[in-house]
Write a protein that binds this ligand. Sequence first.
Ligand code: GLN
Length: 281
Amino acid sequence: MLKQALSEAKGAFIRGNIDDAWLEAELLLRHTLNINRVQLYQRLDRRLTPNEAADFRGLVERRLSGEPTAYITEHREFYGRDFYVNPSVLIPRPETELLVEKALEYTQRYSVATIADIGTGSGAIAISLALALPWVKMYATDISAAALEVAWINCQRYGVDGRIDRLVGDMVDALPESVDLILANLPYVTPRELSRTRLADFEPRLALDGGSNGLERITQLCHQVGGRLSPGGALLLEIGQKQAQAVTSLLSGLYPAARIEVTPDLAGIDRLVSLIWPAAG
Ligand code: GLN
């Protein structure tokens, strides 16, 4: 029965030290049977066919060997919507929703007509904002053409492919104009952290590896934004644990007239640095 298959998978995940064992088991079983959550719970007493049972076991094995559920199912929820993902893109993280929230907050206080999401990956950030801000012109850049393919699939799914210009290029290189708001969740993981964890076993190193101190890519963007922000515009950067001090001092050194703020995530970790560029005059 489905109930039993779920609890066996959950047990295996707990023994394998996999977090959210029940949720993961549920996602994989739903994927095997191609059903939604309600359907799953209506059918808990139904039997699995031998084929379904074998398929499910296969997925559970893949998860046990470390492969993220989002890559197995090719889905990940972000900011209340389902996004297509594959190993060409970083799997969107819940803490990155803070970047979307901050951007929306900013657009309520200041007028914003153009936004650039630098290193867009799956496009989750850009698409969430484009849907919330139908008047905005959005640019989504990535150095990886394969990542932009994924972003394109997601843009089409949400009907925003005509409103989000996807541009291949490093950092701000491909941007055709200055924008009112620049957002970025760049790679910021240190080599030490990468070798300590299994993150880069499955997810693209290009999306994680922040160079020697984790801050090489963020530093690069900080140097470039000055020339790409409209007067009164803003930069919102996701950062890693313990990076707030370094990033704020870099920014205040580069742009002494700008206003700089740090915002913690729900876990209380400093997660976002924002910079508000002085208005003209
Ligand atoms: N937040 C990710 C992690 O450490 C890192 C993503 C990034 O480098 N931007 O799990």
